[in-house]
Design a protein around this ligand. Sequence first.
Ligand SMILES: Nc1ncnc2c1ncn2[C@@H]1O[C@H](COP(=O)(O)OP(=O)(O)OP(=O)(O)O)[C@@H](O)[C@H]1O
Ligand SMILES: [Mg+2]
Length: 280
Amino acid sequence: MSSMSKSPRILALANQKGGVGKTTTAINLGTALAAIGERVLIVDLDPQGNASTGLGIDHKSRKRSTYDVLVGDATLDQVLVETSVPRLWVAPSTLDLLGVELEIASSSDRAFRLKQAVRAYMAAAAAFNGDREDMPQFSYILVDCPPSLNLLTINAMAAANSVLVPLQCEFFALEGLSQLLSTVDQVKATLNPGLSIHGIVLTMYDPRNNLSGQVVADVREHMGDAVYDTVIPRNVRMSEAPSYGKPALLYDLKCSGSQAYLKLASEVIQRERRIRPEAA
Ligand SMILES: Nc1ncnc2c1ncn2[C@@H]1O[C@H](COP(=O)(O)OP(=O)(O)OP(=O)(O)O)[C@@H](O)[C@H]1O
Ligand SMILES: [Mg+2]
C-alpha cells in the first residue's frame, strides 16, 4: 500500500485510433490497481463518456463533469463520483465536453486546465490529510482520452507523468503510432518536460488468428522494451461487462481478460518503481 503523502502517478491512456481498448484498459487497469490497494481516480476525458457508463455512473449522477472542471466552473472534488469498486473513483464526462475546445481555445492556459485542477485537488486533499472521505489522496490517476490528438488529449498529456498506449492486435496496429509518439515528443518539448512513455499494451489478442501473433512480434521488434509483457486477449466477457455497468474484473474475475488486467496492473506498478524509485 502506498503512503498518504505521495503525489499520484498520472497516466494518460491515449491513442488517436478509435476502439483500440483505451476505455476498457482505464476501467479494468483502474479496478485491478484498486484491488491491489491503490487509491485510483479515472478521469473520463472523452465526450462519449464510455468510462463513466462502463463504471455504472448513470447520466443523472453526472450533474457536473470534467467539462465543468476544464472550463473552470467546478473543482475536481465537486465532480468525483464513488464507484462500486472500493478505492476507485471517477470524474465522469458528459457530451458538453464536445464544445470545450472552442470555449477554452483562446485562453493561454488552455492546455493546463486538467493539470491545474489535479494540482489544486491534491493540495486540498493533502491539507485534509485523509480526514475527508470524499477527498481521497489518490495514488493513481488514469485519464481516459478520446480517439483524437485534440486539446483534451493534450490536457491529459500535459497533466500526466506518463502515457500508456493501448494498441490493438490488428493489421494496421503500428500505423498512426509514430504520429502519437511525435505528439508525445512535442508535448514533452513544450508543455511537460517530464513526460515519458509508460508502455504499450497490446489488446484484443486472438490466439486463433495467425495475424495477431505476427502483430505482437512486429510491435515488439519495433518498440522493444516499451511493450508490456502482458498481452490482453480478446475475450467476449470484456465487451459484455460495460452493459452491466461493471468492470470486467467484477463481472467475471476468472475470465482471461480480467486475469490479464491483473497482471498488467502489477507490471505497471513494477515499472513505476523503476521509473520513480523515490516514490515507491
Ligand atoms: N480484450 C477485449 N476483448 C474483447 N472486446 C474488447 C476487449 N477490449 C475492448 N473490447 C471491446 O472493443 C470495443 C472498443 O474498446 P474500447 O471502448 O475500450 O476502446 P477505446 O479505444 O476506448 O474506443 P474509443 O476510441 O471509441 O474511445 C468495445 O466494444 C470493447 O468492449
Ligand atoms: Mg474510449
